[in-house]
Design a protein around this ligand. Sequence first.
Ligand SMILES: Nc1ncnc2c1ncn2[C@@H]1O[C@H](COP(=O)(O)OP(=O)(O)OP(=O)(O)O)[C@@H](O)[C@H]1O
Ligand SMILES: [Mg+2]
Length: 604
Amino acid sequence: MLSVRRFMEESLPPVSAPRPAPQTSRVLLRRLMREHVRQYWPRFALAVLMMALVAASTAALAELIRPVLDGVFTNKDRDLLWQIGGLIMLAFLVKGLAGYGESVVMNTTGQRIISDIQQRLFGHVVHADLAFFQSQATGTLVSRFTHDVGLMRNLVSSTLTGLGKDVLGVIFLVAVMVRQDWVLTLVAFVGFPTAIIPIARLGKRMRRVSANTQVEMGQFTTLLEQVFMGARHVKSYAMEGYETGRAKTLIDRLQRLIAKASRVRAISSPVMETLGGVAIVGVILYGGTQVIDGSRTTGTFFSFITALLLAYEPIKRLANLNVSMQEGLAAADRVFTLIDTPPAIADAPDTPALAVTRGEVRFEGARFHYTDPNAPQLAGLDLVIPAGQKVALVGPSGAGKSTILNLIPRFYDVTAGSILIDGQNVRRVTLASLRRAIGLVSQEVSLFDDSVRANIAYGRPEASEAEIIQAARDAAAHDFITELPQGYDTVVGEFGVKLSGGQRQRLSIARAMLKNAPILLLDEATSALDTESERLVQAALDRLMQGRTVLVIAHRLSTVVDADLIYVLERGQVVERGSHADLLAKTGLYARLHALQFAEPVAL
Ligand SMILES: Nc1ncnc2c1ncn2[C@@H]1O[C@H](COP(=O)(O)OP(=O)(O)OP(=O)(O)O)[C@@H](O)[C@H]1O
Ligand SMILES: [Mg+2]
C-alpha cells in the first residue's frame, strides 16, 4: 500500500492553480440528480429494468455451468445437454436484447440531459453583464459549453450507467456465488476492502487534474480564436513562428495533464489485479482442496469460479468509477458555478417600465469606476442632454466618452449618483423597456451570421418587408443590398458575404432606423471611410438623428458643428460646454482639440 501511495505522490505533483472551494461529490451529484436527472425517471426505470435483465442472464450463464459439468460431463445425461444448450442460447439472447435496449435508452436520455444543461447555461450566460463577458476569455466560456458539457455527458450516460449496470451485475453474480458456497465467497472477497482508501484518494487527484486541464483547455481555445480572428495581423507582423511556439507550449502542457489523468485512471488497475489474483488463488486452493476431498462437485466449483471471473471486470470498473466520475463532477462544478453567478445588472421585482415622454437624459452626480474604486473614471458627473436635441461629447482619448455612453443603457451601473430619463432613474425601470427606448450605433458593427433582412430587423423580428426596405433606403443601404447576390436574403456576417466598412455601418444605421427609439446613442466610427462612403453614411446618420434625443461621441467635424450643445470632457469631468461657436471663442481645450483634430482635412 505504501509503495502505491508513493507512486501516486511522485507521478502527481501537487498543482497550485487557485480555484474556488469545490463542491463535494455528494452535493454535486445530488444537485445533478435533482435538477436534471430526476425528471427522466420513467426512462431510467426502464433502463434499470433492462440492466437487471442483463445481470440476471449473465448470472444464469454462470449458474448453468454447474449442470453442464455435473449433469452432462460427469453423469453423461444427453437430454440435459439439449436443455442446457437451449437455456444458454436464451440467456445470451436476453442479454443481447436487453443490453441493446438499455444502451439506447441511456444514451438518448444522457443526450437529452446534456441539451437541457446547454440550453439552461446559454439562457443564463446570454443575460450576463457586459463586464462578465469582458472579464472572461471567450475560449474559457466556449469550453464550458463544449468540453465541460461533454464531460458531464460521460458522467450521466456512461459513468452512471456503468454504476447501475455493474452494481446489478455484481449483485446477481455474488448471489450465484453465495448460493454455491458462502464461505468460499468470503474467501474471494476478503482482500477487496483494502482497495477502498487508495481508490478514494485517486478520485480527489482526478478532480484536481481535471480542473487544471480545464484551465489549459480554455487558454488553448482562446489562443485558437485570437489567431484565427486576427489572421491578418499574425501575417502582417510575420508572427506565425511566435504563435506556433505559443501553441506548442499550450499543447504540451495540455498533453502532460491528459497523460497525468490517464495515469491516475490506470493506477487502480495494478491494485485491483493484485487483489483479483489473491481472490482467485484463494478460491482455487480452498475450493480445489474440497473438490479433491470429494466434499464439493466439480460443477459447483466451476460455476463459482465462472461467477467470480465474470464479476471481476465489473468490480474493477466500479473501483474506477469514483475516478472517472470525478472528471465529470469537476465539469459539473464549473458549469453550476457559472449558472449560479447572477447578473449584477438585473430588474428588481415590481419594476415599472420606462415611459419616455420627451426624451431628456440627465446625469446627476454620477460616479463610476471599472475596476479600481480609488481611480474612478467618473467622479460625480453632471450632464444634461435636453429632449430632442443633439449633444456631442468631445475630449481626448480616455476622457470617458464611451464610458458615459455605456452607462445610459446600463451596460454598467453607476456606483453613486443617478442617470435619469424623463425624471425616471434608469435603475428603477425594466431593462427591456430601457433598452427599447435607446438606439445604439457604435464603432464596431456587429453583423450576425444571417440574412441582410434579419440583420436589419434584429431586435424587431416582426417588422414588415416594407418597413425593412424603408429603413434600408433611409440608411442609404437599399441600393447596395439589391446588388448583392441574393438581395435582402444574402447571408452576411462571419460565414456569409463580406461587406465593406461603410456598408456595414449603413446596415447598422438601418437597424437603428427600424428600431425607431426616441433616444439615440452614437459612437461615431473613427476609421476613415472614403469620401463617397463618408457622405452616404453621414447623410444616413443625419436622417437617423432627426426628431430624436441624440448623444454622439463626435469625430466628424460636421457632427460637432451643428450639435445643439457640446460637452468637452477631460478625465471624466466636463471642462467646457456650449455651442461650437461659443467654445471656439473661449480658446480653451475645445479650441485646441479642434485645431489639432479637425483643422487639416476640412476647411471651416
Ligand atoms: N472595460 C474597461 N475596464 C477597465 N477600464 C476601462 C474599460 N473601458 C475603459 N476603461 C478606462 O476608462 C477610461 C475612459 O475610457 P473610455 O473608453 O470611456 O474613453 P473614451 O473617451 O471613449 O476614449 P476614446 O476617444 O479613445 O474612445 C480610460 O482610462 C480607460 O482605460
Ligand atoms: Mg471611446
